[in-house]
Design a protein around this ligand. Structure first.
Ligand SMILES: [Zn+2]
Ligand SMILES: [Zn+2]
Length: 339
């Protein structure tokens, strides 16, 4: 029987913990797949299946609650009808790598040990260096032997085996004095727990207004507004549906989060302004049952309807047909040929 996965526990932590504890046996095929250094969607699906979280819904639920994906997709284009692009179908995306350094908070580890009987590795945003809850510096090297928590250093299982008889929760916490680092940690912590999506054009409008307000009477600082024009064009195109440039979308999303962190004292203040402008955003989980696939530079969406045991297919690109006759003809020809 498998163990229970813990809140914010990373997928690698969960699997390694199951391998560490006697009698929580994974079959040979699963164990071989999990022994890979880099994990893609195959391993995520495998964990989801083992937990009984089936289909696209289970896959996305696992991504959202136990990987860094939640930070990536909290800001959403209003024309994206899925949670994780086509990650459910392809194996290109890396969801965990043993070559990356792991970090942990010694106070969290100590509390977990007291409350649960053991500690575990949490998913942590790569830019975060302090614990959002305890405001102590996250440790990436072992305080007892100086080895890194990475390849060539301690293995993942040091969290349970300890180092030279010492549990990682016994490490001395170092209080963080960098307020910016704490704010960033708390912002990302809240961002991954937000109930509803934030439309990306809403976030851009809110941030633009904030910059204008904060720079009244300060013409020199208005230069920052110039930086906004680059993505303002994209925002306009977002409103017209421009689904084929997801890399632009994600870099825009990252830029907006960066600006929000610099302009707002807290994530709650930012969220408040977004809610004022966009009170009825879709919930995070409402797109978990849908994935997309690309075809002829447009997107298809497939929604799994579990009650009926069927998948519903839609191709919103047909909405373009009346807007751009050149593209419309090309797409129509393609569709006819495919059919
Ligand atoms: Zn902590
Ligand atoms: Zn050590």
């Amino acid at each position: 029987m498998l163990l229970r996965i813990q809140k914010d526990e990373s997928l690698r932590s969960y699997v390694e913990r199951n391998l560490f504890v006697p009698n929580t046996i994974l079959d040979n095929d699963a164990a071989e797949s999990f022994s890979c250094c880099n994990w893609n969607s195959s391993q995520v699906k495998l964990v989801a299946d083992l937990l009984g979280w089936h289909g696209c819904y289970g896959f996305n639920k696992l991504l959202h609650q136990h990987t860094a994906y939640s930070w990536k997709v909290a800001l959403k284009s209003r024309f994206n009808y899925f949670y994780s692009d086509d990650a459910y179908l392809n194996t290109q995306e890396n969801f965990d790598s043993l070559s990356k350094v792991r970090a942990y908070c010694p106070v969290c580890a100590k509390e977990d040990k007291q409350n649960l009987g053991y500690s575990y590795w949490r998913r942590i945003h790569p830019d975060v260096q302090v614990c959002a809850k305890h405001n102590v510096v996250l440790l990436t090297t072992c305080q007892f032997c100086n080895r890194p928590f990475a390849r060539g250093g301690h293995t993942v299982s040091v969290m349970w085996s300890g180092c030279a008889g010492r549990h990682l929760g016994e490490a001395q916490p170092l209080v963080n004095v960098n307020l910016g680092a704490l704010r960033l940690a708390q912002f990302f912590d809240k961002l991954c727990r937000v109930d509803d999506h934030i439309y990306i054009d809403t976030a851009a409008a809110v941030i633009e207004e904030r910059i204008i307000k904060s720079h009244v009477g300060n013409p020199a600082a208005l230069g920052e507004l110039e930086n906004l024009t680059g993505f303002r064009g994209y925002i306009e195109r977002c409103r017209l549906n421009d689904p084929c440039v997801s890399w632009k979308y994600y870099s825009l999303s990252n830029k907006l989060i960066e600006l929000a962190i610099s302009l707002y004292e807290s994530f709650d203040d930012f969220l408040h302004d977004c809610h004022q402008l966009q009170p009825n955003a879709p919930s995070i989980s409402c797109f978990w049952d849908t994935y997309c696939c690309f075809s002829s530079d447009t997107q298809n969406f497939v929604r799994e309807v579990y009650e009926l045991g069927v998948a519903e297919w839609s191709w919103p690109a047909f909405g373009h047909l009346s807007r751009n006759p050149v593209n419309a003809n090309a797409e129509l020809t393609h569709v006819l040929m495919c059919d």
